[in-house]
Write a protein that binds this ligand. Structure first.
Ligand SMILES: [Zn+2]
Length: 230
């Protein structure tokens, strides 16, 4: 039977306790093998999970269809900052013309990602730290040390015990209210480093509707186009 599955990547892990499979619509399928497991054991595990993998992969295609699109984007829409551009390919220089972005190279998803991701990162770095200071001033939660914008693969944001807030550049693809919430969430972690009742009470005080916003953030890919990926 022809399989619609991508090739499974094997990874030896000194930390893993058991053999396990990780499925990510952007990064594919990874088989994590603990140090002490043999190749034969891992292969047997993989064979026994074939049907499960096919079902799960098909479900991911339904749930996160944008991850499986490979066409070049025709436009770029960043709800967080109320901006939209039409993309014009084959240009000699990368240029922001206000309502158009001039992109050198071929109209392919890979080229778009290569050209646009560094630019998106720069946009996020010019907007999100200022945004964080604004939310901090409004809420009085000003005890953070610094803000950094990164290309995290699994989360929208985090707050370290030292008070460094890290934000994912992909937040640009969310509504402003959702970005506001995520920043507030991380600022609340400067008081409570967990998601316990005190944390939730603090969050509720500043954003009574936080549960709905949190759900919007964790739904599927959160509106991030497939060519941007994770
Ligand atoms: Zn949290």
């Amino acid at each position: 039977m022809a399989s619609a599955l991508p090739a499974v990547k094997w990874r030896r892990s000194p930390r893993a306790k058991r053999i396990k499979l990780a499925l990510c619509p952007w990064r594919g399928i990874e088989l994590v093998v603990p140090k002490r497991a043999s190749t034969a054991q891992a292969q047997a595990f993989l064979d026994s999970r074939r049907e499960w993998m096919e079902k799960s992969w098909a479900r991911l295609k339904r749930q996160v269809p944008e991850a499986f699109e490979s066409a070049a984007p025709e436009d770029l829409i960043l709800p967080a900052i109320w901006r939209a551009w039409r993309l014009v390919y084959g240009q000699s220089d990368f240029r922001d013309r206000g309502d158009e972005l001039h992109v050198p190279g071929e109209p392919t998803a890979a080229n778009a990602a290569g050209q646009l991701k560094p630019w998106l990162m720069a946009q996020a770095r010019s907007q999100l730290p200022v945004w964080t200071r604004r939310v901090a001033a409004r809420s009085g939660l000003t005890d953070f040390k610094r803000v950094q914008v990164r290309d995290q693969r699994t989360r929208w944001g985090s707050c370290s015990a030292r008070g460094t807030i890290s934000l994912n550049f992909r937040l640009l693809f969310h509504r402003p209210a959702v970005v506001d919430y995520l920043i507030l969430h991380e600022l609340c972690h400067t008081r409570h480093m967990n998601h316990g009742p005190k944390f939730q009470a603090l969050l509720s005080r500043h954003e009574p509707d936080w549960r709905a916003l949190d759900a919007e953030l964790s739904h599927g890919s959160g509106g991030v186009p497939g060519w941007v990926g994770w």
